[in-house]
Design a protein around this ligand. Sequence first.
Ligand code: NAD
Ligand code: DAU
Length: 352
Amino acid sequence: MNYTKKILITGGAGFIGSCLVRHLVAKYPNYLIVNADKLTYAGNLANLESIKDASNYRFVKADICDAAAMQQIFTEYSIDHVIHTAAESHVDRSISNPMEFVQTNVVGTVKLLNICKSAWQDDAAHLFYHISTDEVYGSLGETGKFTETTPYDPRSPYSSSKASSDHFVRAYHETYGLPTVISNCSNNYGPFHFPEKLIPLCINNILHEKPLPVYGKGDNIRDWLFVQDHVEAIDLIFHQGKTGSTYNIGGDNEWKNIDLVRALCKIMDRKLGRAIGSSEKLITFVKDRAGHDQRYAIDFTKLNSELGWKPKAQFEEGLEETVQWYLDHQNWVEQVISGEYKKYYEAQYTTR
Ligand code: NAD
Ligand code: DAU
């Protein structure tokens, strides 16, 4: 088969990466999709069950920090495009172990950029697409939104590592002319979300009648976007985005954490046939996250006016669908929360 593009997706066994891989493999049979993932605690091959035998899909277990292994993938598959989603993604883990974030998010990204720079010396079409976060812009007060020109002000080890990798991507574009594009997205939610994150953690704890740990007063605000909407924005930017550009992606959907947790309680009470209000009793205010960013909000005017993207999912429907997915996939949850995650959960919450 003569594939028209040979795309390396890094981190394609994670939450967003696997949604992207499933989407691209199904939608573009003329593209070869090569998924390289280290399979950390957050990477799970069960997320890729639906496409694992597709003829245009390959999986390679590899660490992006292992330059020889990555070079081997480039050579074997003649990779001409990269969508880089691999990262350590959890803010709380970055607070207890920043070095792992420097290693994968910064060093791993620069190693990949080096491979692209030396592999792509011909005149063929190439692109290094870096998937990033709105957290690089820091924390907002009550008003305003992040635009693509908001100065970087990362405040956690996680967001600092992502900001650093964004800077390296831009530097490789400016210095070496590497064709790059970056998008910075707000909080995603949906199926296959690792249960260390707020929404799946609460769904799982409500189901098992365990405390719902809300940091601080629960008044921090996040902008939530359904993961499939993020993936469709990535698809659009990958194909039509301007090289060297940055695009913000958001849901126009701000929620205080406490209101979101209450909304989840209501949905779960109804679905589980429990008395309305019973799950809310599980809400427990715990010690705040160190350096907790107060509010994120995204202005995605550029993506809307240049490429016509806007989110499709209604939040209430997306949340219902997500809750139902977790109820229907308890085997998946049990599998991913066994082992390493159990120890993490105890260390993170038992004495909080
Ligand atoms: P995730 O933690 O669910 O998945 C990360 C994946 O990367 C896992 O499959 C893991 O095995 C893999 N990985 C980690 N280190 C690796 C390494 N050294 N080599 C190869 N693979 C490695 O993350 P996610 O939530 O899906 O986020 C994906 C990307 O999107 C990240 O870059 C993150 O910064 C960004 N992002 C996430 C969100 C969100 O709300 N989750 C929002 C905006 C941006
Ligand atoms: O904004 C995009 C970012 O969103 C991504 O770049 C990150 O990879 C992703 O993890 C996410 O970061 P957050 O820190 O916003 O997500 P998290 O689900 O960890 O937390 C959401 C909010 O809920 C945050 O204000 C902290 C709070 N929280 C979280 C947990 C895990 C709680 O109150 N209790 C909890 O137990």
